[in-house]
Design a protein around this ligand. Structure first.
Ligand SMILES: [Zn+2]
Length: 199
């Protein structure tokens, strides 16, 4: 992806991975609006919400779609613009030292199992290349300002997959201790018409 929204990391090593969730328009999956937002090609007339956000200059290093497709926007060695005003272990401006990973998702629907698997393997790869000391959520480094990855993101599930595939040390890097949502029953009670089901 030809994403221009990055620059050089100013100082220090990458030591943090930040998990995000995004859907554009909100709560709709499968379109190309996230790619367009991160490449500054979002059409402000395509949806009312796009009018508010099309001028943003933002990015993440990676985007994991509902079907598990992994898209890279920015090289992890470079600084992407995903965290905004943020703080981790007393350090401000988390973009400087973090890698941002967006999952296609929202606050009301469970994430797809394959998204956790792709995320776990991506995190393991990144941890082998960078001295990552923590894996956390956007809401944890920007509390009160950001809510993603949101209540449907199952940190316990990610932890179990990381541990099973890549060992306890990597699983131990996960910082949030959130309650796990009961995502399988929610999958069965799909709240939208089936033709809106994003797959
Ligand atoms: Zn975010």
């Amino acid at each position: 992806m030809n994403c221009p929204n990055f620059d050089n990391r100013v100082a220090g090593e990458v030591c943090l991975a930040v998990i995000h969730a995004i859907s554009l328009p909100p709560n709709r999956f499968g379109g190309d609006a996230v790619e367009r937002l991160f490449t500054n090609t979002l059409d402000p007339d395509a949806h009312p919400f796009f009018r508010e956000i099309h001028g943003l200059r933002v990015s993440a290093h990676y985007f994991i779609r509902r079907d598990g497709k992994l898209i890279q926007f920015v090289q992890p060695e470079m600084r992407a613009w995903h965290a905004g005003v943020s703080s981790w272990r007393g350090r401000e401006r988390c973009n400087d030292f973090s890698i941002g990973i967006e999952l296609e998702g929202c606050d009301t629907l469970p994430f797809e199992p394959v998204q956790y698997e792709v995320l776990a393997d991506l995190l393991a790869d990144l941890c082998s290349r960078f001295p990552i000391e923590g894996i956390t959520g956007h809401s944890d480094i920007a509390p009160g300002r950001k809510t993603d990855p949101g209540p449907m993101f199952a940190w316990g599930r990610l932890k179990r997959i990381l541990e099973a595939r890549h060992g306890a040390r990597l699983a131990g890097l996960i910082e949030p201790q959130a309650e796990e949502p009961a995502d399988e029953p929610l999958r069965m009670a799909w709240p939208f018409p089936m033709d809106e089901r994003p797959e």
